[in-house]
Design a protein around this ligand. Structure first.
Ligand SMILES: Nc1ncnc2c1ncn2[C@@H]1O[C@H](COP(=O)(O)OP(=O)(O)OP(=O)(O)O)[C@@H](O)[C@H]1O
Length: 806
C-alpha cells in the first residue's frame, strides 16, 4: 500500500517535474525575451546617451552659432543703419547737386542764349571802339589843328606880346595935386596916349592896354591863351616891367582878395589839366627864386645854399639851376602855399620888403611835364612868371654905394633883357642871353617857339612922365613895332587887314573849338558807352566762365558721389549676401534645432518607455518578493510538517497534504509575465540557466545581469527545492536540505535588496556608464562563470557575482 502510494506520489512528482520543466522552458523563453528587451533597452539607452551628447554638442554649437549670428546681426544692423544714413545723406546731396546742376544748366543756357545778344553787343562795342579810335584820330588831328591855329594866332599876335597896364593915381599923388598924363581913349584898340606937353600926346601901340579900372580878371583873361600854350608844350615867359611902384607886383602876385597872374596862371593850368585828363597826364612842379645883384637865391630852400647857384644847360638844351627846389604841386591850394613860402623867404634878410622887392627880380618857374595818352607823346615845357626889379634910371635916383651897385645890376639885367628881345625882333644870329642871370635863366622862354608876354606897368602921374615914357619906349621896342603918329595911318590899314584876318581866324577857331568840343563830347559819350558795353561784356564773360567752372566742378562732384553711391551699393549687396548666407545658416541651424528637439522628444519618449519598463520590473520584483516570502513561509511550514510527520510516522498522509499544498501554491504562482516565470524558475534547475551558450550570456548588460542574478537566485531556490524533494523522497534527510534551502532564500533576499538599491541608483549610473565598463563587467561575469564550472561553491560564486554587480 505504502509502495503503491509512493509510486503514485512518484508518478505525480514526475508529472510535476515535467510540468515544472515545461514551465522552466517557458520561463527561460520569457527570460530570453526579457534579456533581448533589456539589450534593446540598453542599446536604446546608449543611443539615447549618444544622442544626448550629440544634442549637448549641438546645443553648444548652436549657442555659439547663435551668439555669432547675434553679433553678425547686430553689426549688420549697425552697418545697415550707417549705410542707410549715408545713402540718405548722399541722396540728399545728389538731389541738391542735381538742383544746382539744373540751375547752373539753366543759367548756362541763358548765357548761351544771350551769346548772340552778347555778340551783337561785342560788334556794337567793336564798332564803337573803331568809332572811338576814329574820333581819337580826328581829335588828335583837331587838337593838332587847334594847336597850329592857336600858335598861328599867337604868332599873328606876335611871339612877344606886350600889354600895357596903368595903375590908378594913388591917394598921395592925388592929394599932392598930380594930374594924369595918360590918355585911355583908344585903349580898346591897344593905343595909349601919353601927354608929354600941353598939346603934345605920344601914342604907344600895345597888344592890350588896361586902364586903372581894369581888374585882375580882365588882365588875366588876355594872358590865359599864352598859359594854354604851356600845356601844348610851348615855353612861355610872362614878366612885368616898369618903374618902382607902378604895380608890377600887384599884377603878378596880386593880393589876397585880388589874386594876380601867378596864382591865376596856375589855377588855369590845373583847370585845363582837369579838362584834358582823358587825353593827357600832367605833372607840375614849382620853383621860386630871386636874382639880386646877379646872384640866384632859391626862395623855397629851407637852408641857405652852400655855394652860389648856377645855370646849367642839359643835353637837350634845357636850362636849369642845379640844386634848386622843385616843389611838386597837385592842386591850387599847394600852389598858394608854395607862393606864400616864396614870399616869406623873400622878406627874410631885408628890413624893408618893398624896397628889397624893388631891387631884385622875383622869378617863379613852373615846369610842366605832359604825356599824351593817345599818341604817347611826352612834352616838357617851362613857364616863367617874373616880377622884375624897378626900372627907374640911375640919374634920378642919385644913389651911391650898394644902392648904386644894385641899380647898376638891375639896369644891366634889364638892358640885357632889352637886347635879347631886340635881337629876337631883329632875328639876329646871336642872342645875348648870357649877358645877365635874368636873360640866361629866361633863355628857354625867350625866342624860338616860346611865347613871351610883357606887362609894361606905368604910373599915371605927371611926375613919373619920364619913367613912363622910358618904360613905354622899352616895351615898344620889345613888341618890335614902334608906332609913331605917321606910321599910324599906314599901319591902320594894315592893322585893319590884320584885324579882319584875326577875326576870321578867331571865328574859325571858335567853330573848330565848338566842333572839337562836340567831337570830344561825342568821343566821351562813345567812350563811356564802349566802356559800359565792354564792362558788361567782360562781366558776362566772367559770369559765363564762372558758371562753366561751377558746372564742371558740380558735374565732377556728382560723378564722385555717383561713384561713391555705386561703391556703397556694391558693399551693401555684399552685406546683403552675407546676411542672406547668415539667414540660410540660421534656417539650417533652426532645422537642426528642430531635429534636435524631435530627437529629444524621441529620446524623452524612449526614456518614458524605459521608465515604464523599469516600473513594470519593479512591480514584478515586488510581486516576486511577496511570493518568495509566501513560498519561504510555506517551505518552512512544510519542513515543520515533515518533521512532525517523521516524528509521528504518519508521513503518508502528511505527504499528500504537502503535495496538495504544493500544487495549490504552484497554481497560485502560475501567473502570466515575469512573476510567473520567476516563481516557475524556482523549480528550474540552475544548470538550465548556466547551460546557455556563453556568447548569449556575455551579451547581457548590467540590466541583463541584474535580471540574470535574479534568475540565478530563483533557479538556485528551485534547485534547492528539487534537492529537498529528492532527498526527502530518497533519504528523508531534512536537516541538510533545510540548510541549503535557507541559504538559497537568504541569497535571494539579499539580491532583492541589492536590486532595490540598484534600481534607485539606476538612472544616474546609466548616464555615466560606458561600453568599456560593461565589457569589463561581462568579462568578470564570464570569469566567475568559469570558476563556477570549475567546481567552486555556488554560494561563493554568487557572492562574487553580487560584488561585481555592485
Ligand atoms: N592896377 C592897380 N589897381 C589898384 N592899385 C594898384 C594897381 N597897381 C598898383 N597898385 C598899388 O600901387 C602900389 C604899388 O604897387 P606895387 O608894389 O605892385 O608896385 P611895384 O611896381 O611892384 O613896386 P616895386 O618895384 O617896388 O615892387 C600898391 O599899393 C598897389 O596896391
Amino acid at each position: 500500500m505504502k509502495m503503491k502510494s509512493t509510486v503514485k506520489y512518484e508518478k505525480k512528482i514526475e508529472e510535476l517535474k515535467n510540468l515544472c520543466q515545461l514551465k522552466t522552458d517557458e520561463c527561460y523563453e520569457a527570460w530570453m525575451s526579457l534579456t533581448t528587451s533589456n539589450e534593446q533597452l540598453e542599446n536604446v539607452r546608449m543611443e539615447l546617451d549618444n544622442k544626448f551628447f550629440q544634442n549637448l554638442n549641438l546645443d553648444r554649437a548652436l549657442e555659439q552659432q547663435a551668439a555669432k549670428l547675434k553679433d553678425i546681426s547686430t553689426k549688420y544692423q549697425c552697418d545697415k543703419r550707417l549705410w542707410v544714413d549715408s545713402i540718405i545723406e548722399l541722396e540728399r546731396k545728389i538731389k541738391i547737386i542735381k538742383q544746382e546742376h539744373s540751375l547752373l544748366s539753366n543759367k548756362a543756357h541763358d548765357c548761351a542764349d544771350s551769346i548772340p545778344e552778347l555778340n551783337k553787343m561785342i560788334f556794337a562795342v567793336q564798332a564803337l571802339v573803331a568809332q572811338c579810335e576814329d574820333l581819337k584820330l580826328r581829335l588828335n588831328e583837331e587838337q593838332a589843328m587847334r594847336k597850329k591855329l592857336h600858335n598861328q594866332i599867337q604868332e599873328a599876335k606876335g611871339k612877344i606880346r606886350v600889354f600895357c597896364r596903368c595903375r590908378p593915381l594913388s591917394d598921395d599923388e592925388a592929394s599932392a595935386g598930380h594930374t594924369t598924363i595918360v590918355d585911355f581913349s583908344a585903349a580898346k584898340d591897344g593905343d595909349i596916349g601919353i601927354l608929354t606937353g600941353s598939346s603934345m600926346k605920344k601914342i604907344f601901340k600895345f597888344d592890350r592896354v588896361y586902364t586903372p579900372k581894369d581888374d585882375q580878371v580882365s588882365v588875366f583873361a588876355d594872358a590865359s591863351p599864352v598859359v594854354t600854350s604851356v600845356l601844348d608844350g610851348y615855353n612861355v615867359c610872362i614878366f612885368a616891367y616898369g618903374q618902382t611902384g607902378t604895380g608890377k607886383t600887384f599884377t603878378m602876385e596880386g593880393t589876397g582878395q585880388n589874386r594876380g597872374v601867378n596864382y591865376r596862371t596856375l589855377e588855369q593850368l590845373f583847370k585845363l589839366i582837369e579838362e584834358r585828363k582823358e587825353i593827357s597826364t600832367f605833372s607840375i612842379s614849382v620853383s621860386v627864386l630871386e636874382v639880386y645883384n646877379e646872384q640866384i637865391r632859391d626862395l623855397l630852400a629851407t637852408e641857405p645854399a652852400s655855394k652860389r647857384l648856377g645855370i646849367r644847360q642839359a643835353s637837350e638844351g634845357f636850362h636849369h639851376v642845379p640844386g634848386i627846389v622843385e616843389a611838386k604841386v597837385e592842386n591850387i591850394k599847394e600852389v598858394w602855399n608854395v607862393l606864400q613860402a616864396g614870399n616869406n623867404a623873400r622878406a627874410i634878410g631885408s628890413n624893408n620888403v618893398n624896397e628889397h622887392s624893388s631891387r631884385s627880380h622875383c622869378m617863379l618857374c613852373i615846369l610842366v611835364k605832359a604825356k599824351n595818352l593817345i599818341t604817347g607823346e611826352c612834352t616838357k615845357s617851362k613857364l616863367w612868371l617874373v616880377d622884375l626889379a624897378g626900372s627907374e634910371r640911375l640919374a634920378k635916383t642919385e644913389v651911391q654905394g650898394d644902392r648904386l651897385k644894385e641899380a647898376q645890376n638891375i639896369n644891366r639885367s634889364l638892358s640885357a633883357l632889352g637886347d635879347v628881345i631886340s635881337a629876337l625882333a631883329n632875328k639876329s644870329s646871336h642872342i645875348p642871353y648870357r649877358n645877365s642871370k635874368l636873360t640866361h635863366l629866361l633863355q628857354d622862354s625867350l625866342g624860338g617857339d616860346s611865347k613871351t608876354l610883357m606887362f609894361v606897368q606905368i604910373s599915371p602921374s605927371e611926375q613919373d612922365l619920364g619913367e613912363t615914357l622910358s618904360s613905354l619906349n622899352f616895351a615898344s621896342r620889345v613888341r618890335g613895332v614902334e608906332l609913331g603918329p605917321t606910321k599910324k595911318q599906314v599901319d591902320t590899314d594894315e592893322l585893319q587887314k590884320l584885324k579882319q584876318m584875326l577875326d576870321k581866324a578867331k571865328q574859325e577857331l571858335k567853330s573848330k573849338d565848338d566842333a572839337l568840343r562836340k567831337s570830344v563830347e561825342n568821343f566821351h559819350n562813345l567812350e563811356d558807352k564802349a566802356k559800359a558795353k565792354g564792362q558788361l561784356c567782360k562781366t558776362q564773360e566772367e559770369k559765363l566762365n564762372e558758371l562753366e567752372n561751377q558746372l564742371s566742378s558740380k558735374v565732377e562732384l556728382c560723378k564722385q558721389l555717383e561713384r561713391q553711391l555705386w561703391q556703397l551699393s556694391e558693399r551693401m549687396m555684399e552685406k546683403e549676401e552675407i546676411c542672406s548666407n547668415s539667414q540660410l545658416k540660421v534656417v539650417e541651424l533652426e532645422n537642426k534645432l528642430k531635429e534636435h528637439v524631435q530627437n529629444q522628444t524621441a529620446s524623452l519618449s524612449l526614456q518614458r518607455k524605459v521608465k515604464k519598463l523599469e516600473d513594470i520590473l519593479k512591480e514584478r520584483t515586488r510581486e516576486f518578493e511577496l511570493h518568495s516570502g509566501t513560498l519561504q513561509q510555506k517551505v518552512k511550514e512544510l519542513e515543520n510538517k515533515l518533521k512532525m510527520e517523521r516524528e509521528s510516522g504518519g508521513s503518508q498522509q502528511k505527504g499528500n497534504e504537502l503535495e496538495q499544498k504544493l500544487r495549490q501554491h504552484q497554481e497560485q504562482t502560475m501567473r502570466p509575465g515575469l512573476s510567473y516565470s520567476a516563481e516557475k524558475s524556482q523549480v528550474t534547475p540552475i544548470e538550465t540557466i548556466y547551460g546557455m551558450n556563453p556568447p548569449t550570456r556575455r551579451s547581457l548588460n548590467s540590466n541583463g545581469r541584474r535580471m540574470n542574478e535574479m534568475g540565478s537566485d530563483l533557479l538556485k531556490g528551485t534547485e534547492s527545492l528539487r534537492e529537498l524533494r529528492r532527498k526527502r523522497q530518497i533519504e528523508s534527510k531534512g536537516i541538510e536540505n533545510n540548510v541549503l534551502l535557507s541559504s538559497a532564500l537568504v541569497e535571494k533576499k539579499v539580491w532583492s535588496e541589492t536590486n532595490k538599491a540598484r534600481q534607485i541608483e539606476q538612472w544616474p549610473c546609466r548616464i555615466t556608464r560606458s561600453g568599456k565598463s560593461v565589457n569589463s563587467v561581462e568579462k568578470s561575469f564570464t570569469g566567475n562563470r568559469i570558476n563556477w564550472d570549475q567546481g567552486k561553491e555556488p554560494r561563493e560564486s554568487s557572492n562574487k557575482l553580487k560584488m561585481w554587480l555592485r
